[in-house]
Write a protein that binds this ligand. Structure first.
Ligand SMILES: *Cc1c(COP(=O)(O)O)cnc(C)c1O
Length: 445
């Protein structure tokens, strides 16, 4: 079959064209849209990087990068690589997310290998169970592209493999035996590194578990290898509703014709799409950029879901912004643009504290009868509380309540702050462990 050059490539400038041609020296266009070809030809060394992009790094810089790769390996799909604008590669958002930086070896004062304590919250192989009703299920140990900002950087390239059926069975067994789990998030690595057959098997197994209401897949394939979203994959996924997919766009440049097509296929299959961005210094820490990204996402039927504060993982120090930057971004979005293009900005608390939403303050003050609020324009306004509101005492006996909630829909118990607010629980305070003041009291008693 003759090679049909240049099909479906995104050409930004002459350099891009050259990159595409170099890649096509070894590939027909049919290869170019074959996702497995990209996995096989992923660029893993600085030499290949230079060759494909036709650029030369200074020798000293190259040495340092090679050292970085020994600690944190590199792997970039030819597709993602082809999006780099070589004229200004050092500031290129694709380059910065995929090419190692010497800064990665600078271990910051507060950096941790497992800041989210995912390993400690793991009751079974591959499972992270942190929240009451949902689990993360790590079903792949590998990705098509190694994001330089990966929070699981400690694991990248460690066991570059797909777990066996037996390994996956152990995770499934945990979910089966844990009835409070209603929502299973397939994560990794990238779950779409699994073959269609393996994924079909896994989704069938999860779907058979009575108490699981919904399955989510977290994948960056639409961004770094959109050709993975084949008609066959989508036809298979469609059999497993209710299925949600969250992807990971960080910059408007990543929304190419190919990735838009991938999103369209998924959306047409009735899969609700969400996006999780990470706020990254030098890549996307700009109000206008995030707004443009989110507007492009909603145009492609992707709902911006979370904007993450960069974690305190080893090797990520140079990507971190102050939390204030994220709050400033949310301030620039809420009210200014469609509500559904505003993600929730979250800080994933170190030590397994989970996601904590952060946003600007909108309540200016509060009295018994009135709440003083401000809007995005700075207008300060008053909301009058209702003159009468029958604040019912809730004893959790839903059968005696007029709200017609069926009791078997209302089983779960309250924890944390919800418990402090509740009527039926006598708890009046939450006290941190090793509170010396309380220990002194007990001593005195
Ligand atoms: C993010 C996350 C979830 C899902 O959180 P949602 O807020 O429901 O999207 C579940 N488990 C773990 C460990 C997570 O980090």
């Amino acid at each position: 079959m003759a090679c049909n050059k240049g099909v479906d490539l995104e050409i930004f400038n002459e350099h891009q064209q050259k990159v595409a041609e170099t890649l096509h020296d070894t590939a027909c266009s049919s290869d170019w849209t074959d996702w497995k070809w990209h996995i096989r030809h992923s660029v893993r060394t600085v030499d290949d990087f230079e060759r494909v992009l036709d650029l030369r790094l200074p020798e000293a810089k190259k040495k340092i990068i090679e050292r970085t790769i020994r600690t944190f390996p590199m792997s970039v799909t030819p597709y993602y690589l082809s999006l780099i604008d070589v004229d200004d590669y050092e500031n290129d958002p694709i380059f910065l997310q995929s090419f190692p930086s010497k800064e990665e070896l600078v271990i910051g004062r507060y950096d941790m290998t497992d800041p989210l304590h995912e390993d400690k919250d793991s009751p079974a192989p591959g499972i992270t169970h942190r929240y009451p009703d949902r689990v993360l299920f790590h079903v792949s140990n590998t990705c098509s592209m190694y994001c330089r900002h990966c929070t699981r950087k400690r694991k990248v390239g460690d066991v570059d493999s797909i777990p066996s059926r037996e390994d996956l069975e152990l995770g499934l067994e945990y979910i089966r035996n844990t009835p409070q789990v209603h929502d299973v998030l397939l994560s990794g690595g990238d779950p779409l590194m699994l073959s269609d057959e393996r994924l079909d098997w896994l989704l069938t197994k999860v779907g058979e578990i009575e108490h699981v209401d919904v399955v989510r897949i977290g994948t960056r394939m639409p961004v770094v290898l959109p050709y993975r979203i084949t008609d066959a994959l989508v036809a298979m996924l469609k059999k497993h509703h209710p299925l949600w997919i969250n992807t990971h766009f960080n910059h408007p440049r990543e929304l190419t014709a190919s990735s838009r097509k991938a999103l369209q296929r998924l959306a047409d299959a009735g899969i609700p799409l969400g996006n999780q961005s990470v706020l990254l210094a030098g890549v996307n820490d700009c109000q206008r950029l995030i707004r443009s990204l989110n507007q492009k996402l909603i145009k492609n039927r992707v709902r911006p879901y979370y904007l993450y504060q960069c974690d305190m993982s080893e090797g990520l120090t140079h990507f971190r912004t102050p939390i204030g930057k994220g709050i400033e971004i949310i301030e620039s979005l809420r009210g200014h643009t469609s509500g559904f293009s505003v993600p929730t900005y979250v800080v994933d608390a170190p030590s397994g504290g989970g996601k904590i939403p952060v946003m600007p303050n909108y309540i200016v003050s509060w009295g018994p009868n009135k709440v003083v609020l401000r809007n995005y324009e700075g207008v300060i306004t008053t909301y009058n509380e209702p003159e009468s509101y029958d604040a019912k005492y809730c004893d959790r006996e839903c059968g005696n309540c007029k709200l017609q909630l069926k009791e078997d829909d209302a089983e779960e118990k309250a924890i944390g702050i919800e418990k402090l607010l509740s009527d039926w629980d006598d708890t009046t305070s939450l006290t941190p462990e090793n509170n010396e003041r309380l220990e002194r009291r007990e001593d005195a008693a």
